[in-house]
Design a protein around this ligand. Structure first.
Ligand code: THU
Length: 296
């Protein structure tokens, strides 16, 4: 192989767990088997017949030349494909045996990262109205239905989702977290934490840590804020700021505990910005491998 050829060989992208994205190459025997499933073809293409080899080749050739096409590999086995078109359109297929393993969700989150690197402003997915399984999966990542069958996800280079927050709004959130911290009830640890959670509708919910003589009953600031928000009807959030520590200015970052990360992940996607004193951290980076129940 000369140097040029070597450069053209694209290497697989690691997702997480045992998942990798393998750049497209002719693996038609494997792939054609996925597309012999009538139910899968119906969900993906709303067609009542399965694929034959020429159709599969045409589709793969089109996707490969109009964007990026990968096979999804799980534990060393190819189990589906995913494509990102230059238009921002994402499409994913996972064969039946490998569904309900959260593979799709992790793959789409990785593809959103790729799309962001490519400088795309948004991604979208076409999901037929009867495909409730895909709807749920895309919505849980943060895709929003634009019309009945088109789901979109806004991207911004560098700071995901923060497009919606101005510098002043971020500062306000940090100020409110600091103010909430002052109300912390911490006779046992003396470690005061405050959190401010901004909902999509503009409301800001705050919380502080509330300790108890029975130590395991202590409640974290983030969870207090989240519970306040949910109990007042907010479900969609733009960002959270967390300020904690023993020094007044909270210069040391107070990273949310694992439990609070999982609590936030119930309502917020991997791009959800967590504002700490050292910068903005996407929730997905703070909590890789989030726990999710299998989707039905
Ligand atoms: N704490 C929080 O409020 N949030 C976190 O994410 C980490 C810990 C609180 C719990 C306890 O009251 C104190 O900090 C010391 O662990």
């Amino acid at each position: 192989m000369n140097r040029e050829t070597v450069n053209m060989v694209r290497s697989p992208i690691s997702v997480e767990g045992n998942i990798r994205l393998v750049p497209y190459y002719p693996a038609y025997d494997t792939a054609l088997a996925w597309y012999q499933d009538a139910q899968l073809c119906k969900q993906v293409d709303n067609r009542d017949f399965v694929y034959d080899l020429p159709l599969l080749k045409r589709m793969y050739h089109y996707l490969d030349t109009h964007g990026e096409l990968f096979y999804i590999e799980y534990r060393g086995v190819l189990c589906g494909d995913v494509s990102l078109r230059t238009t921002g359109e994402l499409a994913i297929v996972i064969c039946k045996e490998y569904q309900n393993k959260h593979i799709g969700r992790k793959v789409i989150e990785k593809m959103l990262e790729l799309a962001r690197e490519r400088g795309l402003a948004e991604c979208f997915a076409h999901i037929y109205s009867f495909n409730t399984q895909s709807q749920k999966m895309f919505e849980s990542i943060g895709f929003v239905p634009q019309d009945e069958e088109r789901y979109i996800y806004k991207l911004q280079k560098g700071e995901p989702t923060m497009t919606k927050l101005t510098l002043e709004e971020k500062q306000e959130l940090i100020r409110m977290a600091l103010a909430a911290r002052e109300r912390a009830y911490v006779p046992y640890s003396d470690f005061m934490v405050g959190a401010a959670l901004r909902a999509e509708d503009g409301r800001i919910f705050t919380g502080c840590n509330v300790e108890n003589a029975a130590y395991p009953l202590c409640t974290c600031a983030e969870r207090t804020a989240l519970c306040a928000a949910i109990s007042q009807g907010a479900r969609r959030f733009l960002a959270i700021a967390i300020a904690g520590g023993t020094d007044e200015d909270c210069t040391q970052p107070c990273a949310p505990c694992g439990g609070c990360r999982q609590n936030l992940a119930e309502f917020c996607g991997a791009d959800f910005p967590v504002l700490l004193s050292d910068g903005i951290h996407p929730l997905g980076e703070l909590l890789p491998g989030v726990f999710r129940l299998p989707q039905d």
